[in-house]
Ligand binder design. Structure first.
Ligand code: SF4
Length: 325
């Protein structure tokens, strides 16, 4: 089994039949071996000096009826995040213009909904059209989508839809009870069927076991098409959420998760997402070595802090990394 894993991953061969045993074996590799393999595969598909930069804007904050245990925007938790209305089209366009001026190539818009109402979707479609007109790629995350809603977003020109699996199927119920894993897979299928690129990953450091991290990556890597973008988030422990006191994950285990995502989904962009604010430069550098090639830029990730753009620029300069165009 180990030899097969080695020979198939060496060429960056894209497979959709990853078994948990294989993914588990990758997680268990000696760290230098794991990073070496991830590096080789990264270089077969990407220029390792390039990092794709996205900016994320919360276009509708708070008041979400879902109960995702990590999220300060859920109405179930008292986190001090107030429910706001959907932003105006003009304000979103202005933010997108500023993001482009700071070097972003993709503008992501997030709304704290269980699923969008049709009249809200009309407004989001108009925002997508405006952002596209600025020459930016567009991504939205709006919760669960029906087939018809995904088609409407596609018609508006949407490039990416973000919908994370969050964790393994087994651990999922510890994190969310208001919708099922299957609901998530169904939304991903609707997005795919509409011809929109998929952005889908998860969060680590939520008290899950390594086996859950194995399960999450194995599920992502066994999708019939890999997500074009795979965000791997480190939990940001927010006061008032059930995970506020979660035990911090060893940063090297986070790096391992990035490396295994890179090896199993060779042609996907792997995004070093939430949690960078609390990460040392050294850990972030290891993540890039492990095959991460995308970051969120900007002072805020929805409602939690993110390293300031200047800080990011200094780190990228130090590492000789440039923005992917
Ligand atoms: S993660 Fe999204 S769906 Fe879950 S509570 Fe937060 S805003 Fe709602």
């Amino acid at each position: 089994m180990h030899d097969r894993t080695e020979s198939l991953t060496k060429q960056g061969f894209i497979r959709h039949d990853w078994t948990r045993n294989e993914v588990r074996a990758l997680f268990a590799l000696p760290f230098p071996e794991l990073l070496f393999r991830a590096q080789n595969i990264h270089r077969e598909h990407f220029d390792p000096r390039e990092v794709q930069i996205s900016t994320l804007l919360s276009i509708k904050t708070g008041g979400c009826p879902e109960d995702c245990a990590y999220c300060p925007q859920s109405v179930h938790f008292d986190t001090g995040v107030d429910a706001e209305k959907l932003m105006s089209r003009a304000a979103v366009t202005e933010a997108a213009r500023a993001a482009k001026a700071s070097g972003a190539s993709r503008f992501c818009m997030g709304a704290a909904w269980r699923s969008p109402k049709d009249r809200d979707l009309d407004r989001v479609c108009a925002m997508v059209e405006d952002v596209k007109a600025l020459g930016l790629e567009t991504c939205v995350t709006l919760g669960m989508l029906t087939d018809a809603q995904a088609q409407r977003l596609k018609t508006a020109g949407l490039d990416y839809y973000n919908h994370n699996l969050d964790t393994s199927p087994e651990y999922y119920e510890q994190i969310i009870t208001t919708r099922t894993y299957q609901d998530r897979l169904d939304t991903l299928a609707h997005v795919r069927a509409a011809g929109i690129h998929v952005c889908c990953g998860g969060i680590v450091g939520m008290g899950e076991s390594r086996e859950d991290r194995v399960g999450m990556i194995a599920t992502l890597a066994s999708l019939s098409e890999h997500p074009e973008s795979v965000p791997i988030n480190m939990l940001v422990r927010v006061e008032g959420t059930p995970l506020a006191q979660a035990h911090a994950l060893d940063p090297l285990e986070f790096v391992r998760t990035i490396a295994v995502a890179r090896i199993t989904m060779p042609a996907s962009v792997v995004r070093l997402s939430a949690g960078r604010e609390d990460m040392s430069e050294e850990t972030q550098a290891l993540c890039f070595l492990a095959g991460a090639n995308s970051i969120f830029y900007g002072p805020k990730l929805l409602t939690t802090p993110n390293p300031a753009q200047d800080h990011d620029r200094v780190l990228m300069d130090k590492l000789g990394l440039t923005a992917m165009r």
